[in-house]
Design a protein around this ligand. Sequence first.
Ligand code: ADP
Length: 287
Amino acid sequence: MNITINNLGKSYGKKEVLKEINLEIEEGMFGLLGPNGAGKTTLMRILTTLIPKNQGNIKINNIDISNKKEIRKTIGYLPQDFSIYPTMSVYEALDYLALLAGIKNRNIRKERIEYLLQKVNLENHKNTKVRALSGGMKRRLGIAQAILHHPKIIIVDEPTAGLDPEERIRFRNLLRDFSEGRIVILSTHIVEDVEFTCENLAVLNNGGLLYTGKVKELLQDAEGYVWTVNIKREELDSVRNEYQIISTVSEGDLIKLRLISKDKPFENANSVKPSIEDAYMKLMKEV
Ligand code: ADP
């Protein structure tokens, strides 16, 4: 199970949306992290064969991406703007999609759907109308439709946006369960999504690849660069001009800062262990 991307490029007119992307994705959960507009959706739409690339090569399990039919059998996709048949019940919607996917036998469809509903924890909602589902339930239904045809690769675009914290955690765990023996690509601009689920990641910005590798190694790269320090309120502006500030917390007359700096920024600053957010911010700053 692997995806190999070599020198991928994509343009819309004169605008280069993806440039010189080289990536190797193996079994497990893979995070695709980057700010809005970085090119994540474009990359995923190319992988799912929905849009063509302009440059480079992509192979999925050694099958060239130009072989759309074979590639589509391998991939399940949950787009960001996923929505289906609001007036159907959950069961009816899946049954219809299963029919479209070519499962003609009603009993086989039933068996498959019941299995999926149980997998995504929607057994108790099979008669609920799609429009009455919560955001988290809709995303879980989205996963059910994405894995209807037993894909070995699942691609999900910004799935946690708009979910409350409990649903977000639940959804992440669901994805992690699915990543056993499969590739799950999770695209997000939320650093925390990657921190808690992915072993490997790629960071995109402005269509370019800033980093690819283990989450652990990204953290190691930021080791020694993250500091906390208490400063006076009136010093904030000048510190802001000089350093990349990650967070500020008011503590009485003082402000507790967390910042990125190669060297010790102040005599009373303390070096702290980087979080993924710190490492990501450091990476963004280096551009
Ligand atoms: P992300 O998913 O990281 O937010 P996208 O892949 O959606 O980023 O977009 C990357 C860039 O490509 C953006 O600047 C966006 O405006 C541009 N873009 C995406 N689709 C099109 C299109 N069909 N035509 C022109 N520009 C596009």
